[in-house]
Design a protein around this ligand. Structure first.
Ligand code: ADP
Ligand code: MG
Length: 244
């Protein structure tokens, strides 16, 4: 039977201006379960603002957002962030320093103790940190902390995961490994992912689809190698040219 369910996330005609200046201009996206879409573009092009509206921490002037077909935001509807089933991960999204790793991961989970413990163990294993549960964040490296943050964000099984430059604070040498682990875990969980980055090589490595942004608009959308091989214009080609 063909799958007739709606895409996990549908963003349609999203627009936002600050002080009369358009910052996000008619942005539309669909992301399926298990798919990673990268919002890629230079600093200031409106990536974070787009993500913040999907998260529900900012409101669009126009447009709509649906998760699993359910309208969560348009000009008259506004579902608060905690009721959207979105997981968030930002560069500086710190762990709670006074809680253990296990308590951090369990933070957003329900009250069934055995179920919490199972979920925490499952996720720590997925991010290759089995046995780290009793440790405190300060005992972990930056990369390990980032993997705990990923486990914590995924613990409540969000329908959509929103990640804003989550690896940009990390050492270059660590980054590729963490990108791969993150991608593996996201695929196992089957979450729909919107990953914001200004780095073409990160998008090439992680995305199923790239949405290339400039000046608040999506100027090109497609599979990474299609965009890389057939950039829509000279500016897009130049943006990809410093990939290493
Ligand atoms: P990116 O994440 O792609 O670097 P942002 O979405 O953070 O871009 O910002 C896009 C533009 O919108 C920038 O010029 C930024 O200064 C502006 N901007 C973002 N948030 C606000 C705000 N709350 N008030 C005024 N201007 C903002
Ligand atoms: Mg940003």
């Amino acid at each position: 039977m063909p799958d007739t369910s709606p895409p996990r996330l549908v963003v349609s005609g999203l627009s936002r201006a600050f002080g009369g200046a358009p910052v996000v201009d008619d942005v539309s996206l669909e992301v399926a379960a298990g798919q990673v879409t990268c919002l890629l573009g230079p600093s200031g092009c409106g990536k974070s603002t787009t993500l913040r509206m999907i998260a529900g921490v900012d409101r669009p002037d126009r447009g709509s957002i649906r998760i699993d077909g359910r309208l969560i935001c348009d000009t008259t509807t506004f579902t608060p962030p905690e009721a959207r089933s979105v997981g968030l991960m930002f560069q500086d999204f710190a762990l709670f320093p006074h809680l253990t790793v296990a308590q951090n991961v369990a933070f957003g989970l329900g009250t069934d103790r055995a179920a919490r413990q199972r979920r925490v163990e499952e996720l720590l294993e997925r991010v290759n940190l089995s046995g780290y549960g009793p440790k405190h964040p300060h005992q972990l490296s930056g990369g390990e902390q980032q993997r705990v943050a990923l486990a914590r964000a995924l613990a409540p099984r969000p329908r959509v995961m929103l990640m804003d430059e989550p690896f940009s604070g990390l050492d270059n040498r660590l980054r590729d490994g963490i990108r791969d682990t993150t991608l593996e875990v996201l695929k196992e969980e089957g979450t729909a992912v919107v990953l914001v980055t200004h780095e073409p090589d990160e998008a090439m490595r992680m995305a199923d689809e790239i949405a290339l942004m400039r000046g608040g608009r999506i100027v090109q959308r497609g599979a990474p190698y299609n965009i890389y091989n057939k950039p829509v214009d000279k500016a897009a080609a130049a943006f990809f040219s410093d990939i290493n």
